[in-house]
Design a protein around this ligand. Structure first.
Ligand SMILES: *Cc1c(COP(=O)(O)O)cnc(C)c1O
Length: 418
């Protein structure tokens, strides 16, 4: 949905430079069509089994985006009370919410119980007992799934691997079986599912196959223990193209998962985030200065690590494109950096690009997931606005913050009376 027409980058039917002129930079731009197409491609690929696609809210939690996906039929995967609040604000159905996370607080559990979410993905026995106690006091029965850590290597960045035994997430297979037995004896929880989520930006089907090879026998053992489940939740983690990856398609993913899951007779839940939003968004930034120092050329832009953290956090690669392609520009290796006072504040290092000029616009591609949601106000920088394009029109779905916003929650010390 981001393509050049006459050397100008467009999002669907709208020229990026036209949006930037009006809304200023830095700014996020998302394509509605891309979000919906990505969602539908998964939905269609799994048509052969009963399934719910629970979009992972943490990757892009703007309420307009949640609303779009809710309309398309999505459920939601959340990891905090704040994310549940957003889903409800967006008109999403709490009855299609699955709630993961190793550190759910009492208040968050109570809020989720009150909201009648679909199920809690339980990550420890302490959490299970707490959910049981709170549900009991509220006269409710909490539906739960135990998160199993299948100890497989998802072949991704160590920071986004979650299904190896050294990761803090879930419980090993043996412990999980014991905890299901424990759960089935508790009055106010009902084990209805089993869950795994092995990592993010996974490009191959094999890690999912390996994990399911471990998960499926457990479902059989639970049956023989008298525990009949209704849901198998295989998490998210589908990878996308940032550079030259060859990720599995939705269909290739389904072709591996469906034959394994279908005989179980359970409803499948998947929790994709990045796959839906990642390539549906870009961060647009303006060049402030070109600076030469020694051997190096720095392209200093008006976006920074506080606007898009992934390069600093994971050394992530983002393709960077000129919003206006100009053929007379020499190509050379440059560092594209922001104004924040950290050496980690870069979008690219030694990247060979057509050398931009002051005031040129650049598009940092594949920024729709884990982009805006990881922003901060570091260096007292305001968060950028978010724009949603639909065909030939667009709407602002979040305003740019102001300096007043930066101090809004602060309480100034009173003058002393001495
Ligand atoms: C983050 C997360 C997801 C989504 O991961 P993606 O790689 O964005 O698909 C799904 N499930 C859980 C439990 C998560 O924490």
């Amino acid at each position: 949905m981001f393509i050049y027409e006459n050397n100008t980058l467009f999002c669907e039917g709208v020229a990026i430079d036209k949006i930037a002129e009006k809304e200023k930079t830095p700014l996020y731009i998302y394509s509605e069509k891309a979000l919906i197409e990505n969602f539908n491609s998964l939905d269609n690929a799994f048509a052969d089994v009963p399934h719910v696609i629970c979009y992972s809210v943490k990757c892009n939690s703007n309420i307009s985006i949640l609303k779009l996906l809710a309309r398309a039929g999505a459920g939601f995967d959340i990891v905090s009370g704040g994310e549940l609040f957003r889903v409800i604000q967006a008109g999403g159905d709490p009855g299609k919410v699955v709630y993961a996370g190793v550190g759910k607080t009492q208040d968050e559990i109570v809020y989720a119980l009150k909201s009648d979410i679909h199920l809690f993905t339980v990550e420890s026995v302490g959490e299970l007992d707490r959910i049981n106690d709170l549900a009991n006091r509220m006269g409710k029965k909490a539906r739960i799934a135990i998160r199993v850590n299948p100890d497989v290597d998802p072949k991704t960045h160590t920071y986004i691997s979650t299904g190896k035994k050294e990761n803090k997430f879930g419980l090993d297979i043996e412990t999980a079986r014991e905890i299901y037995k424990h759960a089935s004896g508790l009055p106010s929880v009902k084990p209805v599912g089993i869950q795994m989520h092995i990592g993010s930006q996974i490009t191959q089907t094999q890690p999912f196959k390996n994990a399911l090879d471990k998960l499926i026998p457990l479902i059989g053992q639970l049956r023989s223990d008298g525990i009949e489940l209704e849901y198998v939740d295989i998490g998210g983690g589908l990878g996308i193209v940032y550079k030259d990856e060859k990720p599995m398609t939705a269909q290739e993913f389904a072709d591996v998962v469906v034959p394994m899951v279908k005989p179980l007779g359970l409803t499948l839940i998947i929790e994709p985030g990045r796959f839906i939003a990642g390539n549906a968004g870009i961060l647009v930034t303006k060049v402030e200065y070109i600076k030469k120092s020694g051997e190096k050329t720095f392209v200093i832009v008006d976006a920074a690590m506080n606007d898009l953290m992934r390069p600093a956090l994971y050394s992530a690669y983002h393709n960077i494109l000129p919003v206006k392609r100009q053929n007379d520009r020499p190509t050379k290796p440059v560092d594209i950096v922001g104004p924040v006072c950290e050496s980690g504040d870069f979008f690219a290092q030694d990247r060979v690009i057509a050398l931009p000029a002051q005031d040129d616009l650049l598009a940092v591609m594949s920024a729709g997931a884990y982009g805006f949601t990881m922003t901060s106000n570091y260096n007292c920088r305001v968060r950028p606005p978010e724009i949603l394009v639909n065909g030939t029109s667009y709407s602002q779905i979040r305003r740019r913050e102001t300096w007043e916003d930066l101090v809004r929650q602060e309480v100034s010390l009173k003058e002393s009376m001495s």
